[in-house]
Design a protein. Structure first.
Length: 122
C-alpha cells in the first residue's frame, strides 16, 4: 500500500507541475475572460485518459503504472476543482454568459476528447 501511495503522489506531483505550466503558457497567448488554459488541460487530460483506457482494454498494465498515470498524473493534471472554482466566481460576479460558455466548452470538449481517445485503439 505504501508503494502505491508513493507512486500516486509522484504522479500527482508531476501532473500538477505540468498543469501549472500548460495553463500559464496557454493563458499567456490566449488571455480571454474564461480560462482557456484550464479548458485546454481538461481536454488534453480527457483525451489521454480515453486513449489510455482504450489501449489497455486487452493488454496487461502494471497496477503501479496505472496508479501513477491515471490516479496520480492525470488526476492532478486535469483541473475539475479549478474549473468549479472559476464557475463559482463567474456566478458570484454575475458573468452568466462566461459561466454557461465555460461549462459548455469544458464538458462537451472533454467528452469528445475521451471519445476520440477511446477510438484510437479500438
Amino acid at each position: 500500500m505504501l508503494n502505491t501511495l508513493l507512486i500516486v503522489g509522484l504522479g500527482g506531483f508531476l501532473g500538477a507541475i505540468f498543469r501549472m505550466l500548460f495553463i500559464e503558457l496557454i493563458n499567456k497567448f490566449l488571455p480571454y475572460s474564461i480560462n482557456l488554459g484550464t479548458l485546454f488541460v481538461n481536454i488534453l487530460g480527457s483525451f489521454f485518459l480515453g486513449m489510455l483506457y482504450s489501449y489497455l482494454q486487452n493488454r496487461y498494465f502494471s497496477p503501479y503504472l496505472n496508479s501513477f498515470v491515471n490516479i496520480g498524473f492525470l488526476g492532478a493534471f486535469t483541473t475539475f476543482s479549478s474549473f468549479s472554482y472559476q464557475n463559482l466566481l463567474f456566478l458570484q460576479n454575475g458573468c452568466y454568459l462566461n459561466l454557461i460558455l465555460n461549462i459548455f466548452l469544458n464538458i462537451s470538449f472533454c467528452l469528445f476528447a475521451v471519445w476520440i481517445g477511446l477510438l484510437i485503439f479500438k
